[in-house]
Design a protein around this ligand. Structure first.
Ligand SMILES: *Cc1c(COP(=O)(O)O)cnc(C)c1O
Length: 355
């Protein structure tokens, strides 16, 4: 007899990771190209001698440090095995199969998959013509079945960001029993002063009696720890508590915990790297625009090229130049901003495609 797995998962596609091709420049996964800092590598190596022991499942030191840094009680911080896992935990914490998750589309690839895996329903709300989240349409899409709304800010893969006023107006429109999740995976690359710090915004909302705002952050992007898998949520005590209930025990491993702490110790150095990526982002976008491409202004460590039907050909062309981008055929290509030489190789490929 064949094992009876869930029928609704048969047609579900698997998550497509950015490709790694030997010898090619990888600009497909929004990683930081620079390797981990020596101090972080040392902390990981030191901790390696104790991996016969289980990690601290509560990640006590890391949670305390984050609470301190963010100015929130430890009860309101929950860690996860990457913030993608926290996305799943949040859906598990709020939805059963009758319930519904609302998110923009196109946005983070994992939202539709996670929602389907948990078994909840989903509503995808098209982006604006300017490739940003359409918050009015998202608010209109909320029904009595809606339990959670993902707001990716800046948005992956388009790089566009919402202002403080836009998010506040949106939260005021959302029923207070529907959780608004502000996914800030790229927060450290934001330079527009009108784009809010989600945690500060959430604190103001909580103080006004709205506990339905949560914020997700990760050590994978700006902190350069994508390979170790650690992220965190900042939420009301009740939501954070529920997140801990659906947490798979020990899933934030011991090396990830020490590496995250060592990265917080080296925050100034890491943020200086982010500023360098931001400067490169401006250069890459300016040169693409000069070459004739439409490129929305990005607040993240990548740029979006809405190439529509030309996306697959652009992808092949870049691969031919040994540059791996992230293509969403029929829609566009997302290109991570790497080191200057990597960006030069990509720009050369892009110019020869246009010209
Ligand atoms: C990369 C990313 C994440 C999560 O990354 P983790 O490695 O799982 O922490 C979450 N949200 C968005 C929008 C991302 O792009």
């Amino acid at each position: 007899m064949t094992v009876r797995t869930r029928a609704d998962l048969v047609s579900l596609p698997s998550y497509v990771p950015g490709k790694s091709i030997p010898g090619a420049i990888k600009l497909a996964s929004n990683e930081v190209s620079a390797g981990p800092l020596p101090s972080v590598v040392r902390a990981i190596a030191d901790a390696a001698t104790a991996v016969n022991r289980y990690p601290d499942t509560a990640a006590t030191d890391l949670v305390a440090r984050l609470g301190d840094k963010l100015g929130v009680p430890v009860e309101q911080v929950a860690v996860g095995c990457g913030s993608v896992t926290l996305c799943q935990q949040l859906v598990q914490a709020t939805c059963t199969e009758a319930d519904e998750v609302v998110f923009a589309w196109r946005s983070f690839e994992a939202y539709p998959l996670i929602t389907a895996v948990v078994g909840a329903r989903q509503t995808r709300v098209p982006l604006t013509p300017g490739h940003g989240l359409d918050l009015d349409a998202m608010a209109d899409a909320i029904t009595p079945a809606t339990r959670l709304v993902f707001v990716c800010n800046p948005n992956n893969p388009t790089g566009t960001a919402l202002t403080e006023a836009e998010i506040e107006r949106f939260v005021e429109r959302v029923p207070s029993d529907v959780l608004v999740v502000i996914d800030e995976a790229y927060k450290e690359f934001v330079e527009d002063a009108d784009v809010p710090d989600g945690v500060e915004l959430a604190k103001r909302m909580w103080a006004a009696g709205r506990d339905n705002v949560a914020v997700l952050r990760t050590f994978s992007k700006a902190y350069g720890l994508a390979g170790l898998r650690v992220g965190y949520a900042v939420a009301s005590p009740e939501v954070a508590d529920t997140l801990r209930k659906v947490y798979v025990p020990f899933s934030v491993n011991a090396l990830a915990q020490v590496a995250a702490l060592a990265s917080l110790d080296a925050e100034d150095e890491l943020m200086a790297r982010c500023r360098a990526v931001v400067a490169e982002r401006t250069r890459v976008r300016d040169e693409l625009v000069a070459a004739g491409y439409e490129v929305p202004v990005s607040q993240a460590n990548f740029v979006w090229l809405p190439l529509g039907e030309r996306t697959a050909a652009f992808n092949e062309h870049c691969l031919g130049h040994k540059v791996v981008v992230r293509a969403f055929p029929g829609d566009g290509a997302r290109v991570t901003v790497g080191e200057p030489e990597e960006n030069d190789a990509f720009l050369a490929a892009a110019r020869s495609f246009a010209g």
